[in-house]
Design a protein around this ligand. Structure first.
Ligand SMILES: CC(C)(COP(=O)(O)OP(=O)(O)OC[C@H]1O[C@@H](n2cnc3c(N)ncnc32)[C@H](O)[C@@H]1OP(=O)(O)O)[C@@H](O)C(=O)NCCC(=O)NCCS
Length: 153
């Protein structure tokens, strides 16, 4: 499957979670979030669409985030290849922003591989800034770009 192959090469963990969600959850609404893996701090957002030919909804994308005392960290996001560039990641981030506001949290953060320009663009387009003071590397040596967004209430 295209989505699997492409995403696995870009972000292996995103795909693991995408598959996990695809196989384990049944979300009744188009975009919603639930606790993930029985852990109070971790949530999964699922975006589902109703097929025009059938009432069965299918999964377009997932995002996993962790709620901390002072910030929400977005761990993973993967959108089905056929449905990218349609603002789905933006919609997910807006939902996560609402969660942040509801919990009096000021910041959203995420780490992105430097070479993953689509993802960096998608986050900056949603108002995330690149933290140039924080330069780290992934285990395989890829540069890790830290992005953040201050929530304005
Ligand atoms: C990165 C990813 C989550 C973005 O999701 P998305 O729903 O397509 O993003 P959005 O539609 O909300 O964001 C759109 C904006 O991001 C930027 N962008 C996204 N994909 C882009 C691309 N292929 N080329 C250039 N810009 C791109 C553009 O600025 C775009 O705005 P525009 O369409 O108005 O020009 C998606 O491409 C994906 O699942 N990639 C594979 C997994 C992955 O890399 N996950 C991120 C790990 S941190």
């Amino acid at each position: 499957m295209d989505l699997l192959n492409y995403t696995l090469s870009v972000e292996p963990k995103s795909m693991e979670h995408y598959e996990f969600v695809r196989n384990h959850f049944d979300f009744p609404v188009d975009i919603d979030y639930q606790k993930f893996m029985e852990c109070d701090l971790n949530y999964v957002v699922a975006v589902r669409m109703e097929n025009v030919d059938s009432p069965v909804k299918f999964l377009l994308g997932v995002s996993i985030f962790s709620l901390f005392e002072d910030k929400i960290h977005i761990n993973y996001v993967a959108i089905d290849k056929e449905y990218r560039r349609k603002g789905i990641n933006r919609a997910i981030n807006e939902l996560i922003e609402d969660v942040a506001m509801g919990n009096y949290i000021d910041y959203l953060t995420a780490n992105i591989r430097e070479k993953n320009l689509n993802s960096i663009n998608s986050f900056t387009k949603c108002g995330f800034e690149i933290n140039t003071n924080r330069i780290c590397k992934y285990q395989n040596g890829d540069v890790k770009v830290h992005v953040f967004k201050k929530i304005i209430i």
